[in-house]
Design a protein around this ligand. Structure first.
Ligand code: NAD
Ligand code: DAU
Length: 338
């Protein structure tokens, strides 16, 4: 199988590159990534340097480059993960989100149609459904009701994918996963931010009352679901992917677990001004994917969190380098005065 992974130098993308290389060693894998602030070639350099994965630096919003690449390489399957992915950044400025997440997706769909891609895996998010109250879960029939500009751009891309399936018969699958965590996650996101700040004895900025709930999934469980759906999922369908009931945890409890695992005082946790329009709770009903391909989460949150903490301890130079670069300016701008 000749496979393209977009966003393969980012968090989930790089984990997927390693996962597919390990589980489908005969697949020919090409990664396309613009290497924005969130992309890091180091995440996949062991495979790229060994000639096992091909890397192409390309901005998916550049239609000409995308078409040229597809014409040259004639991909059979696309795993589309490239995106602007951080809600807080989309609140500061939405334009990059529309450019990459909407126009970039359209370019990939056009190019896939032009060369006859056999399956287009669109990696979306449960955030397209909006926010839940204290009970209930998102199903695939829940109406799209995105809150943030990030979520709205992902919902728009989902609709484009559906339109290409309905109009042109392109073989597409949309996946909507809950919050991932694990190795190589950029330290602007909650779990790696809190782990790395705690390791540096810095404060842990918890938004609002700290009682927003996320449903956590260890990243390799997400990769497992994507591989299964790419081979056995039904064309034109959307599938929710997510943590089980035990993985639905208020942010404050996650923050306290991080402090405790690192033997740091929970006094490091500081309540700060809330995110604008902060979605209260996410949780998905994943019975559809379970019935279709037998998938369910395999890594309990307690184990996954300890594995993740160990990875950030063993790879301190990876995140220290990121935190000392441009990211420092973002951090100052975003958190000062909160
Ligand atoms: P990430 O921000 O870590 O990585 C995104 C990657 O896309 C980076 O390598 C970046 O360089 C690349 N990229 C950005 N703009 C690009 C462009 N114009 N052209 C080419 N490459 C570009 O994101 P992530 O957390 O790994 O998320 C990957 C995908 O999974 C996204 O589509 C996201 O919406 C979705 N998702 C993420 C989560 C999560 O919890 N992180 C959960 C569900 C779905
Ligand atoms: O649900 C899937 C989504 O999960 C993905 O589509 C997004 O790409 C991904 O970023 C993630 O979105 P969230 O907004 O849920 O993730 P984030 O890590 O930014 O925040 C998780 C929770 O922690 C959320 O309730 C906000 C809170 N938080 C976050 C940060 C960065 C804080 O309390 N303090 C912080 O500094």
């Amino acid at each position: 199988m000749n496979v393209l992974i977009t966003g393969g130098a980012g968090f989930i993308g790089s984990n997927l590159v390693h996962y597919l290389h390990d589980h489908r060693p005969d697949w020919k894998i090409t990664v396309v990534d613009a290497l924005t602030y969130a992309g890091n070639l180091h995440n996949i350099s062991s495979l790229v340097d060994a000639g096992k994965v091909t890397f192409v630096k390309c901005d998916i919003s550049d239609a000409e480059s995308v078409h040229a690449l597809f014409e040259k390489d004639q991909f059979e399957m696309v795993f589309h993960l490239a995106a602007e992915s951080h809600v807080d950044r989309s609140i500061h400025s939405a334009s990059e989100f529309v450019r990459t997440n909407v126009l970039g997706t359209q370019n990939l769909l056009d190019a896939s149609l032009a060369v006859g891609v056999k399956r287009f895996m669109h990696i979306s998010t449960d955030e397209v459904y909006g926010s839940l109250g204290a009970t209930g879960k998102f199903t695939e029939l829940t109406p799209l009701d995105p809150t943030s500009p990030y979520a709205a751009s992902k919902a728009s891309s989902d609709l484009l994918v559906e339109a290409f399936h309905k109009t042109h018969g392109l073989d597409t699958i949309i996946t909507r996963c809950t919050n991932n965590y694990g190795p190589y996650q950029f330290p602007e996101k909650f779990i790696p931010l809190f782990i790395s700040n705690a390791m540096e004895d810095k404060s842990l900025p918890l938004y609002g009352d700290g009682m927003n709930v996320r449903s956590w999934l260890y990243v390799t469980d997400h990769c497992d679901a994507l591989l299964l759906l790419s081979e056995q999922g039904e064309s034109g369908q959307a599938y929710n992917i997510g943590g089980d009931d035990d993985a639905e945890i208020p942010n404050k409890v996650v923050a306290e677990a991080i402090c405790s695992a690192l033997d740091k005082p929970s006094a490091l946790i500081q309540l700060v001004t809330d995110r604008l329009a902060h979605d209260r709770r996410y949780a998905v009903d994943f019975s559809k994917i379970h019935q279709a391909v037998g998938w369910e989460p395999s890594v309990p949150f307690e184990d996954g969190l300890l594995r993740t903490i160990a990875w950030y301890q063993e790879n301190r130079s990876w995140w220290e380098e990121i935190k000392s670069g441009d990211y420092r300016d973002y951090y100052e701008r975003h958190y000062s005065g909160r």
